[in-house]
Design a protein around this ligand. Structure first.
Ligand code: WTA
Length: 651
C-alpha cells in the first residue's frame, strides 16, 4: 500500500482525562483482565460466558489446537440460543420497552423505532413461519436484504430456529448471489422487493430471481415489502413475508443449540479461488460479540450506538446486530450513504438521534474530509462520546481529522483491527485505558495473542515489522470453512505452522503498539470492501474477447486501494474506449458495483517467470507508479514486456 498513508506518526494522544474518569475499563482493570486472560483463560472466559444466556451453562471452557487437523472448541458442553440473549432476556429483565433498533431511512424523512418487545414479536412470527415451511436446525438460509429492520429480524429468526444464516451483501450481482447459495446448499432465501441507497433503487427480488435459475436447492423464497415496487412471485416457491407472519404462531420456542453448533456462514475473499464460507458457531461468537462490543465501545445502558456498516459484512453482523443486541443497546441501522442527500448526512443523523457512539470506515472519513469542515460544523455533534474506525488501515491524517474535527478532541478514537474470520475485534485501544497514537490499532484485547513472524515463520521480538499471526485461540474465532475443513487448515494454519495467519502485515513499535500495514497476500481492500484479485481476474477472463488478465491493488486517495487491471485481448481483438467501458460494466455485472475497475491497461503480454507464473510484485509497482523499484526482471521469460507496461501505464 501507499507508504504516505502509513507515515510514522509519533504523536501520542494521551488518555483523555474525562474519558478515563468515565470509562468502566480503567487502566488497572484492563491490566487485570489482560493478566487473568493470559494466566487462566478457562477462569476468565468461564466468567465472561455469563454475559450471555445459557439453557445449560458450559463446564468445559477452552479446548483448542492450532496443530495438525486444527480443532477449535469453546464452551463445548454449553447449550444456548443466540436469539434469547438478544431478545427474551431483555423482556424478562424489564428492558422490553427500550428501543432495540433505531432505523434511519435513505430518505431523511423516514425512520422507525423498534423496541425489544416488538423485535421479539417480529422474530418469533418469522421463526414460526419458517418452521411451518419445514425449515429447521442446520438448514442454510440465505439472506439478501437491504438495510432495513427486517434484515436483522431475518438473521435473528434463523438463529431462533437453529437455521444457519448466510447473509449476502445486497450490492452483489445475481451471479455472486447464486454461487454463495450453491456453495451453502441453501434451502431458502429471504429478500425484499427492492433496496434503496442514495436515492436509487436496487432490484433485489429481480436479481434473486435471476440467481435462483441456477439454484435448485432453494425451495422457499420469503419476500419483504420495502419500496412496494412490482415484482414477480413464483407460485409455490415465493411467499410474502407479511402474509406468512400474519398467519404465524406468535410463540416460537428457541431451538436449543450446542455452543459449537453452526450459527452463520459469511463468505469472504481470499488469495485464491472462490470466496470461502467462514463458519462461526454459537457460544464463542456470542460471548466475543458481547464482550468486545461492551469493552471497546465502553457501552453504557441507554446510549445510542451507531455502526454505519452493512449487515452484508461481518461488521454488520457483530456490531449492528449481535453485539449491541446482546448488550441491550439501542443500535442505529442506516439504510443510506454518507453523501445523500448531501455530505453532512452522518452528522445530521447524529444530531437527530443523539448518537453517543459512532463507528465507521476510514474510506468514509477520507471522503468526508475532502469536503472540508463546513458540512461537519453545520451540526452540533455534542452527543458524541466515542468514535471508532474499522475495515482498513486509517492514515494518521484521517485519524486526526476524525479526532479533531468530528470529535472536537473530546472523543477517544478506537481504531479496531479484525477480520470476518476473527468474529470480532482483536486489536484496539480500550478507551480511557490505552493512550492513542493516530494510525495505530494499539494493543491486543485481553486474551488475544498477536505476534509478528518473518517469511520463514520465525518469531520476531521487540520493535519490528512482519507478518501478523495470532498464536492462540479466542472464543470468536471461525471454526472452519463451510464444507471444506482442509481449505481452512491450508489457508490459515499452513503458512506458519501452529499459528493463525491473518494475511496482514504489521509493524510493532517500542511501546508494543501494532500498526497494520495492509494485506500481504492477493487480497485487496477497496473502500473497506475486501476482494480477491483472483475473483476480478476470473470475471475479466470470462469475457469472450479477453485472453488473460492480472489484477492488483493500487493506492487510492479515498478508497485506500483501487482496482488496477492488466488485460490481454484475444488475437485479432483491438483495444478501444468502447471495449474499455464494456469491460468495466462486465465486471460490475459479474460481481457487483464494488468491484468496478478503476484502471484497465491493455497489456500485449504479462510479466511471467519461465515457469509461467505472473510476477505480481512488478505489476503492483507499475500500478503504484513506483517505477524505480521494479527489482530484478532478469528471471522473466520476456523482460521486454515490462518496458511496454511501464510506457503504457494508465492514470
Ligand atoms: C483490514 C472487516 C487496518 C485488514 C472487519 C483485514 C484493517 C481485513 C482494520 C479484514 C484496521 C480491518 N486497520 N486494517 N482497523 N480493520 N482491516 O474480513 O486487512 O472484511 O485483514 O473484516 O480488513 O476485512 P474483513
Amino acid at each position: 500500500m501507499d507508504t504516505h498513508l502509513h507515515a510514522h506518526h509519533d504523536e501520542v494522544i494521551g488518555i483523555k482525562a474525562d474519558a478515563a474518569a468515565r470509562t468502566h475499563v480503567s487502566v488497572e482493570r484492563r491490566q487485570a483482565m489482560v493478566r487473568e486472560a493470559a494466566v487462566d483463560p478457562n477462569g476468565f472466559w468461564g466468567k465472561e460466558a455469563n454475559r450471555i444466556s445459557w439453557m445449560v451453562k458450559p463446564s468445559k471452557i477452552k479446548n483448542t489446537s492450532f496443530h495438525d487437523d486444527v480443532q477449535i472448541k469453546w464452551f463445548e458442553d454449553g447449550i444456548l440460543n443466540a436469539s434469547v440473549s438478544c431478545l427474551d432476556r431483555h423482556l424478562e429483565e424489564g428492558r422490553g420497552d427500550r428501543v432495540a433498533i433505531l432505523w434511519e431511512g435513505d430518505d431523511p424523512s423516514m425512520d422507525e423505532r423498534v423496541t425489544y418487545r416488538e423485535l421479539y414479536n417480529r422474530v418469533c412470527r418469522l421463526g414460526s413461519a419458517m418452521r411451518r415451511l419445514g425449515i429447521g436446525k442446520g438448514d442454510v438460509v440465505t439472506i439478501y436484504m437491504p438495510m432495513i429492520v427486517d434484515a436483522a429480524v431475518a438473521m435473528l429468526a434463523c438463529a431462533r430456529i437453529g437455521a444457519i444464516h448466510s447473509v449476502v451483501f445486497g450490492g452483489f450481482s445475481p451471479d455472486s448471489l447464486a454461487s454463495r447459495i450453491q456453495d451453502g446448499n441453501s434451502v431458502a432465501l429471504i429478500t425484499a422487493d427492492e433496496g434503496r441507497r442514495g436515492g436509487r433503487s436496487v432490484p433485489l427480488k429481480a436479481n434473486a430471481d435471476q440467481a435462483l435459475l441456477e439454484c435448485p436447492t432453494v425451495k422457499h423464497v420469503i419476500v419483504a415489502r420495502n419500496t412496494d415496487a412490482p415484482v414477480n412471485m413464483h407460485p409455490g416457491r415465493d411467499h410474502w413475508w407479511a402474509t406468512l407472519a400474519r398467519h404465524a404462531d406468535p410463540v416460537c420456542q428457541p431451538e436449543p443449540m450446542n455452543a459449537e453448533d453452526p450459527m452463520f456462514i459469511l463468505y469472504t475473499s481470499g488469495s485464491t479461488g472462490k470466496p470461502k464460507g467462514v463458519l462461526h458457531t454459537t457460544g464463542g461468537y456470542m460471548v466475543w460479540a458481547s464482550f468486545t462490543h461492551e469493552v471497546v465501545f465502553d457501552y453504557r445502558p441507554g446510549e445510542i450506538y451507531w455502526c454505519t456498516a452493512d449487515v452484508g459484512w461481518v461488521t454488520g453482523h457483530t456490531y449492528i446486530v449481535y453485539g449491541p443486541l446482546a448488550n441491550g443497546a439501542t443500535t442505529l441501522m442506516f439504510e443510506g450513504v454518507p453523501s445523500y442527500p448531501d455530505n453532512s448526512r452522518f452528522w445530521q443523523v447524529v444530531d437527530k438521534h443523539q448518537v453517543n457512539i459512532f463507528y465507521t470506515a476510514p474510506t468514509a472519513i477520507r471522503a468526508l474530509m475532502r469536503e472540508g469542515e463546513k458540512p461537519v460544523k453545520r451540526w452540533r455533534r455534542d452527543s458524541l462520546r466515542l468514535l471508532g474506525s474499522v475495515g482498513e488501515p486509517i492514515n494518521p491524517e484521517a485519524w486526526l481529522w476524525y479526532y479533531r474535527v468530528v470529535g472536537e478532541e473530546r472523543c477517544p478514537v478506537v481504531d479496531t483491527w479484525w477480520q470476518t474470520e476473527t468474529g470480532g475485534i482483536l486489536i484496539s485501544p480500550l478507551p480511557g485505558s490505552v493512550a492513542q497514537k493516530p494510525g495505530s490499532a494499539t494493543l491486543p484485547l485481553p486474551g488475544v495473542k498477536p505476534a509478528l513472524v518473518d517469511n520463514d515463520g520465525k518469531l520476531l521480538e521487540g520493535a519490528t515489522e512482519g507478518n501478523l499471526v495470532i498464536t492462540d485461540s479466542w472464543p470468536g474465532q471461525m471454526r472452519t470453512v463451510f464444507g471444506d475443513h482442509e481449505r481452512f487448515i491450508q489457508t490459515y494454519f499452513s503458512t506458519f505452522k501452529g499459528m493463525y495467519f491473518t494475511g496482514d502485515g504489521a509493524r510493532r513499535d517500542e511501546d508494543g503498539y501494532y500498526w497494520i500495514t495492509g494485506r500481504v497476500d492477493d487480497v485487496i481492500n477497496v473502500a473497506g470492501h475486501r476482494m480477491g484479485t483472483a475473483e476480478v481476474e476470473s470475471a475479466l477472463v470470462a469475457h469472450p474477447k479477453v485472453a488473460e488478465a492480472a489484477v492488483v491493488g493500487m493506492p487510492h486517495e479515498i478508497k485506500g486501494q483501487g482496482i488496477y487491471c492488466y488485460v490481454t485481448l484475444n488475437a485479432g481483438e483491438e483495444p478501444s474506449d468502447a471495449l474499455l467501458a464494456e469491460l468495466r460494466n462486465w465486471v460490475r455485472r459479474e460481481i457487483g458495483p464494488i468491484a468496478t475497475p478503476d484502471a484497465i491497461q491493455w497489456a500485449p503480454g504479462l510479466p511471467k517467470t519461465r515457469s509461467g507464473k505472473i510476477m505480481r510484485r512488478i505489476l503492483r509497482k507499475i500500478a503504484a507508479n513506483e517505477l524505480d523499484g521494479l527489482g530484478d526482471t532478469s528471471t522473466l521469460a520476456d523482460p521486454a514486456v515490462v518496458d511496454d507496461l511501464v510506457a503504457n501505464r494508465v492514470m
